[in-house]
Design a protein around this ligand. Structure first.
Ligand code: ATP
Ligand code: MG
Length: 332
Protein backbone atom coordinates (compact mmCIF):
# COMPACT_ATOMS: atom_id res chain seq x y z
CA UNK A 1 0.00 0.00 0.00
CA UNK A 2 1.24 3.50 -0.79
CA UNK A 3 1.97 5.73 2.20
CA UNK A 4 0.41 9.02 3.17
CA UNK A 5 1.49 11.40 5.88
CA UNK A 6 -0.10 14.62 7.06
CA UNK A 7 -0.19 16.80 10.16
CA UNK A 8 -2.28 19.46 11.82
CA UNK A 9 -1.32 22.06 14.41
CA UNK A 10 -2.96 22.17 17.82
CA UNK A 11 -2.96 25.96 17.74
CA UNK A 12 -6.62 26.60 18.51
CA UNK A 13 -9.40 25.20 20.66
CA UNK A 14 -11.03 23.72 17.59
CA UNK A 15 -10.35 22.91 13.97
CA UNK A 16 -12.28 24.94 11.41
CA UNK A 17 -14.17 24.00 8.29
CA UNK A 18 -11.13 24.83 6.13
CA UNK A 19 -9.00 22.30 8.00
CA UNK A 20 -11.69 19.68 7.68
CA UNK A 21 -12.69 20.22 4.04
CA UNK A 22 -9.20 21.01 2.76
CA UNK A 23 -7.31 18.26 4.53
CA UNK A 24 -8.79 16.10 7.27
CA UNK A 25 -11.73 14.84 5.23
CA UNK A 26 -9.21 13.37 2.79
CA UNK A 27 -7.21 11.85 5.63
CA UNK A 28 -10.30 9.88 6.58
CA UNK A 29 -10.81 8.66 3.01
CA UNK A 30 -7.16 7.78 2.44
CA UNK A 31 -6.88 5.51 5.47
CA UNK A 32 -8.92 2.96 3.47
CA UNK A 33 -6.51 2.77 0.55
CA UNK A 34 -3.18 3.84 2.03
CA UNK A 35 -0.80 3.11 4.84
CA UNK A 36 -1.65 6.32 6.63
CA UNK A 37 0.27 8.34 9.26
CA UNK A 38 -1.42 11.36 10.81
CA UNK A 39 0.15 13.62 13.34
CA UNK A 40 -0.84 16.35 15.78
CA UNK A 41 2.19 18.54 15.17
CA UNK A 42 2.79 20.13 18.55
CA UNK A 43 6.41 21.00 17.72
CA UNK A 44 5.07 23.30 15.02
CA UNK A 45 2.59 24.77 17.48
CA UNK A 46 5.24 26.49 19.63
CA UNK A 47 6.69 28.59 16.81
CA UNK A 48 4.58 31.62 17.66
CA UNK A 49 4.49 31.59 21.46
CA UNK A 50 2.25 29.42 23.61
CA UNK A 51 1.03 28.47 27.06
CA UNK A 52 2.19 24.95 28.04
CA UNK A 53 -1.08 23.90 29.70
CA UNK A 54 -3.17 25.21 26.85
CA UNK A 55 -0.95 23.49 24.29
CA UNK A 56 -1.19 20.15 26.08
CA UNK A 57 -4.97 20.33 26.27
CA UNK A 58 -5.27 21.48 22.65
CA UNK A 59 -3.21 18.51 21.50
CA UNK A 60 -5.68 16.21 23.24
CA UNK A 61 -8.66 18.05 21.79
CA UNK A 62 -7.04 17.85 18.36
CA UNK A 63 -6.63 14.10 18.63
CA UNK A 64 -10.19 13.69 19.93
CA UNK A 65 -11.54 15.71 16.99
CA UNK A 66 -9.58 13.65 14.50
CA UNK A 67 -11.06 10.48 15.96
CA UNK A 68 -14.51 12.08 16.03
CA UNK A 69 -14.44 12.91 12.31
CA UNK A 70 -13.53 9.34 11.46
CA UNK A 71 -9.86 8.52 11.86
CA UNK A 72 -9.69 4.94 13.07
CA UNK A 73 -6.59 3.84 15.00
CA UNK A 74 -7.11 0.35 13.56
CA UNK A 75 -6.80 1.75 10.05
CA UNK A 76 -4.22 4.51 10.47
CA UNK A 77 -1.42 5.60 12.76
CA UNK A 78 -2.45 8.65 14.78
CA UNK A 79 0.13 10.22 17.07
CA UNK A 80 1.51 13.37 18.65
CA UNK A 81 4.74 14.66 17.12
CA UNK A 82 6.59 15.30 20.39
CA UNK A 83 6.39 11.59 21.24
CA UNK A 84 8.52 10.77 18.21
CA UNK A 85 11.89 12.54 18.71
CA UNK A 86 13.12 11.53 15.24
CA UNK A 87 11.19 14.47 13.73
CA UNK A 88 13.41 17.05 15.42
CA UNK A 89 16.53 14.97 14.79
CA UNK A 90 16.00 14.72 11.05
CA UNK A 91 15.00 18.39 10.84
CA UNK A 92 18.52 19.38 11.92
CA UNK A 93 20.10 17.39 9.12
CA UNK A 94 17.69 18.76 6.51
CA UNK A 95 18.25 22.29 7.81
CA UNK A 96 21.90 21.89 6.92
CA UNK A 97 21.12 21.22 3.27
CA UNK A 98 18.55 24.03 3.00
CA UNK A 99 19.69 27.35 1.64
CA UNK A 100 19.01 30.43 3.73
CA UNK A 101 17.67 32.17 0.65
CA UNK A 102 15.56 29.17 -0.23
CA UNK A 103 13.94 29.18 3.22
CA UNK A 104 13.51 32.94 3.04
CA UNK A 105 11.27 32.57 0.00
CA UNK A 106 8.52 30.76 1.91
CA UNK A 107 5.49 33.02 1.64
CA UNK A 108 3.84 31.67 4.77
CA UNK A 109 6.85 32.76 6.83
CA UNK A 110 6.77 36.17 5.21
CA UNK A 111 3.07 36.58 6.01
CA UNK A 112 3.21 35.24 9.54
CA UNK A 113 6.44 37.00 10.52
CA UNK A 114 5.12 40.27 9.21
CA UNK A 115 2.03 39.90 11.35
CA UNK A 116 4.11 39.17 14.44
CA UNK A 117 6.60 41.92 13.74
CA UNK A 118 9.85 40.78 12.13
CA UNK A 119 11.94 41.32 15.26
CA UNK A 120 9.68 39.09 17.33
CA UNK A 121 9.11 36.26 14.84
CA UNK A 122 11.02 33.18 16.02
CA UNK A 123 13.74 31.24 14.25
CA UNK A 124 11.42 28.25 14.75
CA UNK A 125 8.80 29.92 12.59
CA UNK A 126 11.48 30.41 9.95
CA UNK A 127 12.64 26.77 9.98
CA UNK A 128 9.10 25.38 10.28
CA UNK A 129 8.96 24.14 6.65
CA UNK A 130 12.19 22.18 7.23
CA UNK A 131 10.67 20.41 10.22
CA UNK A 132 7.63 19.76 8.05
CA UNK A 133 9.87 18.15 5.43
CA UNK A 134 11.34 15.92 8.15
CA UNK A 135 7.81 14.96 9.27
CA UNK A 136 6.98 13.74 5.79
CA UNK A 137 10.29 12.18 4.73
CA UNK A 138 10.67 10.09 7.91
CA UNK A 139 7.67 8.03 6.81
CA UNK A 140 8.72 7.70 3.16
CA UNK A 141 5.31 9.15 2.30
CA UNK A 142 4.23 8.95 -1.33
CA UNK A 143 1.50 11.53 -0.90
CA UNK A 144 0.63 14.34 1.49
CA UNK A 145 -3.02 15.43 1.75
CA UNK A 146 -3.05 19.18 2.49
CA UNK A 147 -4.77 22.41 1.52
CA UNK A 148 -3.56 24.73 -1.21
CA UNK A 149 -1.67 26.93 1.28
CA UNK A 150 0.81 24.09 1.83
CA UNK A 151 1.83 23.69 -1.82
CA UNK A 152 5.03 25.71 -1.50
CA UNK A 153 6.11 23.85 1.65
CA UNK A 154 5.49 20.55 -0.13
CA UNK A 155 7.67 21.71 -2.99
CA UNK A 156 10.46 22.35 -0.48
CA UNK A 157 9.99 18.85 0.98
CA UNK A 158 10.37 17.40 -2.50
CA UNK A 159 13.49 19.49 -3.21
CA UNK A 160 15.08 18.44 0.09
CA UNK A 161 14.34 14.75 -0.52
CA UNK A 162 15.88 14.94 -3.98
CA UNK A 163 18.87 16.93 -2.76
CA UNK A 164 19.61 14.57 0.11
CA UNK A 165 19.28 11.58 -2.21
CA UNK A 166 21.69 13.00 -4.73
CA UNK A 167 24.21 14.14 -2.10
CA UNK A 168 24.23 11.03 0.07
CA UNK A 169 22.54 8.23 -1.86
CA UNK A 170 18.93 7.29 -2.31
CA UNK A 171 17.28 7.53 1.13
CA UNK A 172 13.93 9.29 0.89
CA UNK A 173 10.79 8.85 -1.17
CA UNK A 174 9.96 12.09 -2.98
CA UNK A 175 6.45 12.99 -1.77
CA UNK A 176 3.68 14.31 -4.00
CA UNK A 177 1.07 16.80 -2.81
CA UNK A 178 -2.48 15.48 -2.61
CA UNK A 179 -4.52 18.66 -3.00
CA UNK A 180 -8.17 18.30 -3.93
CA UNK A 181 -8.97 21.43 -5.85
CA UNK A 182 -12.66 21.94 -5.07
CA UNK A 183 -12.06 22.49 -1.35
CA UNK A 184 -8.33 23.28 -1.27
CA UNK A 185 -8.91 26.86 -0.15
CA UNK A 186 -11.93 27.55 2.01
CA UNK A 187 -11.99 31.28 2.52
CA UNK A 188 -12.58 33.57 5.47
CA UNK A 189 -16.28 34.47 5.81
CA UNK A 190 -15.37 38.09 6.45
CA UNK A 191 -12.67 38.29 3.78
CA UNK A 192 -13.47 35.88 0.96
CA UNK A 193 -10.14 36.44 -0.76
CA UNK A 194 -8.11 35.21 2.25
CA UNK A 195 -7.99 31.64 3.48
CA UNK A 196 -9.87 30.70 6.61
CA UNK A 197 -7.07 30.42 9.18
CA UNK A 198 -6.74 29.47 12.83
CA UNK A 199 -4.10 32.09 13.45
CA UNK A 200 -5.09 35.01 11.26
CA UNK A 201 -8.84 34.99 10.67
CA UNK A 202 -11.03 37.08 12.94
CA UNK A 203 -13.53 35.01 14.98
CA UNK A 204 -16.30 36.09 12.61
CA UNK A 205 -14.37 34.72 9.65
CA UNK A 206 -14.05 31.14 10.94
CA UNK A 207 -16.53 28.33 11.41
CA UNK A 208 -15.14 26.08 14.13
CA UNK A 209 -16.15 22.43 14.31
CA UNK A 210 -16.54 22.62 18.07
CA UNK A 211 -18.40 25.91 18.45
CA UNK A 212 -22.09 26.23 19.22
CA UNK A 213 -23.92 25.80 15.88
CA UNK A 214 -26.04 28.84 16.77
CA UNK A 215 -22.84 30.86 16.76
CA UNK A 216 -21.83 29.37 13.39
CA UNK A 217 -25.28 30.24 12.04
CA UNK A 218 -24.81 33.85 13.08
CA UNK A 219 -21.41 34.01 11.37
CA UNK A 220 -22.79 32.47 8.20
CA UNK A 221 -25.65 34.98 8.24
CA UNK A 222 -23.14 37.81 8.51
CA UNK A 223 -20.74 36.39 5.92
CA UNK A 224 -19.59 38.96 3.40
CA UNK A 225 -21.39 38.37 0.13
CA UNK A 226 -21.00 39.90 -3.24
CA UNK A 227 -22.73 42.61 -5.19
CA UNK A 228 -25.73 41.47 -7.17
CA UNK A 229 -28.35 39.12 -5.83
CA UNK A 230 -27.97 36.09 -8.01
CA UNK A 231 -26.63 32.85 -6.61
CA UNK A 232 -23.96 31.76 -9.08
CA UNK A 233 -20.61 30.07 -8.68
CA UNK A 234 -17.79 32.31 -9.86
CA UNK A 235 -14.74 32.53 -7.64
CA UNK A 236 -13.32 35.55 -9.47
CA UNK A 237 -16.34 37.85 -9.37
CA UNK A 238 -18.34 36.27 -6.53
CA UNK A 239 -15.81 34.86 -4.06
CA UNK A 240 -18.13 35.18 -1.06
CA UNK A 241 -21.11 33.30 -2.40
CA UNK A 242 -18.84 30.80 -4.18
CA UNK A 243 -17.18 29.96 -0.86
CA UNK A 244 -20.57 29.34 0.76
CA UNK A 245 -21.58 27.13 -2.17
CA UNK A 246 -18.32 25.19 -1.89
CA UNK A 247 -18.90 24.52 1.81
CA UNK A 248 -22.55 23.67 1.23
CA UNK A 249 -21.71 21.26 -1.56
CA UNK A 250 -18.89 19.52 0.31
CA UNK A 251 -20.90 19.03 3.50
CA UNK A 252 -24.15 17.99 1.87
CA UNK A 253 -22.77 15.94 -1.03
CA UNK A 254 -24.91 17.96 -3.46
CA UNK A 255 -23.21 19.21 -6.63
CA UNK A 256 -22.60 22.94 -7.08
CA UNK A 257 -24.78 22.96 -10.22
CA UNK A 258 -27.56 21.26 -8.34
CA UNK A 259 -27.38 23.90 -5.61
CA UNK A 260 -27.26 26.79 -8.08
CA UNK A 261 -30.36 25.39 -9.79
CA UNK A 262 -32.14 24.85 -6.48
CA UNK A 263 -31.53 28.46 -5.38
CA UNK A 264 -32.48 30.00 -8.69
CA UNK A 265 -34.73 32.96 -7.89
CA UNK A 266 -33.98 32.78 -4.17
CA UNK A 267 -31.77 35.16 -2.21
CA UNK A 268 -28.50 35.00 -0.30
CA UNK A 269 -30.47 34.88 2.94
CA UNK A 270 -32.16 31.59 1.98
CA UNK A 271 -28.86 29.98 1.07
CA UNK A 272 -27.23 31.13 4.30
CA UNK A 273 -30.09 29.88 6.42
CA UNK A 274 -29.99 26.44 4.82
CA UNK A 275 -26.20 26.25 4.97
CA UNK A 276 -26.31 27.01 8.70
CA UNK A 277 -28.63 24.05 9.11
CA UNK A 278 -26.32 21.78 7.08
CA UNK A 279 -23.41 22.87 9.30
CA UNK A 280 -25.41 22.20 12.45
CA UNK A 281 -26.28 18.69 11.30
CA UNK A 282 -22.68 18.04 10.37
CA UNK A 283 -20.99 19.29 13.54
CA UNK A 284 -23.45 18.06 16.17
CA UNK A 285 -22.43 14.38 16.14
CA UNK A 286 -18.75 15.37 15.81
CA UNK A 287 -19.03 17.52 18.92
CA UNK A 288 -20.69 14.71 20.81
CA UNK A 289 -18.04 12.17 19.84
CA UNK A 290 -15.23 14.62 20.61
CA UNK A 291 -16.65 15.13 24.11
CA UNK A 292 -16.85 11.42 24.72
CA UNK A 293 -13.18 10.91 23.74
CA UNK A 294 -12.23 13.77 26.04
CA UNK A 295 -14.21 12.24 28.89
CA UNK A 296 -11.52 9.59 29.18
CA UNK A 297 -8.17 11.36 28.77
CA UNK A 298 -6.21 8.39 30.12
CA UNK A 299 -7.61 6.17 27.40
CA UNK A 300 -6.93 8.85 24.78
CA UNK A 301 -3.31 9.23 25.93
CA UNK A 302 -2.89 5.47 25.79
CA UNK A 303 -4.17 5.36 22.26
CA UNK A 304 -1.78 8.17 21.26
CA UNK A 305 1.18 6.45 22.91
CA UNK A 306 0.39 3.30 20.95
CA UNK A 307 0.24 5.42 17.79
CA UNK A 308 3.63 6.95 18.60
CA UNK A 309 5.12 3.51 19.02
CA UNK A 310 3.85 2.47 15.60
CA UNK A 311 5.18 5.70 14.13
CA UNK A 312 8.62 5.24 15.69
CA UNK A 313 8.87 1.77 14.22
CA UNK A 314 8.93 3.47 10.81
CA UNK A 315 10.65 6.75 11.70
CA UNK A 316 13.61 5.29 13.63
CA UNK A 317 14.97 3.10 10.80
CA UNK A 318 14.66 6.03 8.36
CA UNK A 319 16.58 8.30 10.72
CA UNK A 320 19.22 5.62 11.29
CA UNK A 321 19.79 5.32 7.55
CA UNK A 322 19.95 9.09 7.14
CA UNK A 323 22.45 9.36 10.01
CA UNK A 324 24.64 6.63 8.48
CA UNK A 325 24.53 8.28 5.07
CA UNK A 326 25.73 11.63 6.39
CA UNK A 327 28.52 10.01 8.41
CA UNK A 328 27.08 10.20 11.91
CA UNK A 329 27.45 7.47 14.51
CA UNK A 330 24.38 5.31 14.93
CA UNK A 331 22.20 5.77 18.01
CA UNK A 332 23.36 3.43 20.80
P1 ATP B 1 -2.55 28.48 11.01
O1 ATP B 1 -3.29 29.69 10.54
O2 ATP B 1 -2.14 28.56 12.45
O3 ATP B 1 -1.43 28.08 10.09
P2 ATP B 1 -4.32 26.65 9.79
O4 ATP B 1 -5.76 27.00 9.87
O5 ATP B 1 -3.60 26.93 8.51
O6 ATP B 1 -3.62 27.32 11.02
P3 ATP B 1 -2.89 24.16 10.01
O7 ATP B 1 -2.85 23.30 11.21
O8 ATP B 1 -1.69 25.00 9.67
O9 ATP B 1 -4.18 25.11 10.15
O10 ATP B 1 -3.26 23.29 8.74
C1 ATP B 1 -3.83 22.00 8.80
C2 ATP B 1 -4.31 21.59 7.43
O11 ATP B 1 -5.47 22.34 7.05
C3 ATP B 1 -3.28 21.83 6.31
O12 ATP B 1 -3.30 20.73 5.44
C4 ATP B 1 -3.78 23.06 5.62
O13 ATP B 1 -3.39 23.13 4.27
C5 ATP B 1 -5.28 22.88 5.75
N1 ATP B 1 -5.99 24.15 5.70
C6 ATP B 1 -5.83 25.17 6.57
N2 ATP B 1 -6.65 26.18 6.25
C7 ATP B 1 -7.34 25.79 5.14
C8 ATP B 1 -8.35 26.41 4.34
N3 ATP B 1 -8.79 27.62 4.61
N4 ATP B 1 -8.83 25.72 3.28
C9 ATP B 1 -8.38 24.48 3.00
N5 ATP B 1 -7.44 23.84 3.72
C10 ATP B 1 -6.92 24.48 4.78
MG1 MG C 1 -1.48 26.71 8.47
Amino acid sequence: RPRVFSGIQPTADSFHLGNYLGAVRHWVALQESHDAFYCVVDLHAITAGHDPKVLHQRSRVAAAQLLAVGLDPERCTLFVQSQVPEHAQLAWVLGCITGFGEASRMTQFKDKSQKQGNERASVGLFTYPILQAADILLYQANAVPVGEDQRQHLELSRDLAQRFNSLFGRTFTVPAPHIVKATAKITDLQDPTAKMSKSSSSPGGIVDLLEDPARSAKKIRSAVTDTGREIVFDEATKPGISNLLTIFSALSGRGIDDLVAAYDGKGYGDLKKDLAEVVREFVSPIQQRTRSYLDDPAQLDKLLAAGAEKARAVAAPTLRTAYERVGFFPPV
